[in-house]
Design a binder for this molecule. Structure first.
Ligand SMILES: [Zn+2]
Length: 272
């Protein structure tokens, strides 16, 4: 069995504080646990270069390495001070690195931040631009959402993304999940399902087709239940997997294989 962490901020200080050796050590530990791919979403212009460098320096050994894959985008938490010029730079960066990246993201709408910063219009502008950018380059997109299902689904219906993408850290109902799946999206399954209070999401994930699920940690964020207050790690993808196995009827091997296949298909990773 092989695993992919489809959402990990490997460029954050929690992982890079001790320099390149700490990143290398972590990637070695991941490889030993059969975590053979980590996808890093970008969050703002300030981290694009680091994300690209991490992917460039960690191409992985197909037999026993952990490969790092990069995305480029602007996260809705980090819009303060950004303007149209930042979107223009993103478009340029994506064009310049078209063959190096596998998706746009993470991009999306955050209802809690929108209330705090009164910036829903700016969030909509940035998200719509990135949706169009994904479509223009025929790339998938990693979508951040928080209390914004209706707005997100409306926009995804307007700007149809032919390659789909991932609804990162999915939490919501079965009906909401089905709307995303109908739009060509997979659901990112992470630490949320380890929390007993996440009843609605857990119920949905039990019923959804396996073909719509991928695994993620969002490390160093979103610690699993029992580890609150600690930095999360891509190594915990195995705990998310075990929790998913508990919730599903299929065998462990079938779940692992199908979820890897979902990643390969979504990001077209089998293409040479
Ligand atoms: Zn994230």
């Amino acid at each position: 069995m092989k695993f992919t962490d489809s959402h990990c901020h490997l460029d954050f200080k929690a992982f890079t504080a001790d320099g390149i050796s700490s990143t290398n050590l972590l990637l070695e530990q991941c490889a030993k646990k059969n975590i053979h791919q980590i996808i890093i979403p970008a969050i703002s212009p300030a981290n694009w270069q680091n994300v690209l460098a991490l992917a460039n320096n960690n191409q992985g050994n197909p037999l026993n390495g952990c490969k790092v894959l990069a995305c480029l985008g602007i996260h809705p938490w980090f819009l303060d001070g950004l303007q149209q010029t930042s979107l223009d730079s993103l478009a340029q960066k994506v064009s310049d690195n078209k063959t190096e990246i596998i998706a746009i993201g993470e991009a999306g709408l955050d209802g809690v931040i929108a209330k705090q910063q009164d910036n829903i219009n700016q969030q909509m502008l940035f998200f719509e631009f990135q949706l169009n950018l994904a479509q223009q380059h025929k790339l998938p997109i990693i979508v951040h959402h928080r209390r914004t299902h209706n707005e997100t689904i409306t926009l995804l219906k307007q700007v149809k993304i032919s390659r789909g993408g991932i609804i990162h850290a999915f939490s919501g109902s079965y009906q909401q999940a089905c709307q995303y799946i109908d739009l060509g999206f997979k659901l990112g399954i992470g630490g949320t399902i380890t929390y007993p209070r996440a009843e609605k999401t857990i119920k949905a994930i039990k019923r959804l087709p396996l073909s719509s699920l991928v695994l993620e940690t969002d490390a160093p964020s979103m610690p699993l239940y029992g580890f609150q207050g600690e930095d999360n790690s891509p190594l915990r993808i195995l705990d998310v997997f075990e929790k998913l196995v508990e919730l599903r009827q299929e065998s462990r091997a079938e779940i692992a294989e199908k979820i890897e296949q979902n990643i390969t298909t979504l990001f077209q990773l089998n293409r040479v």
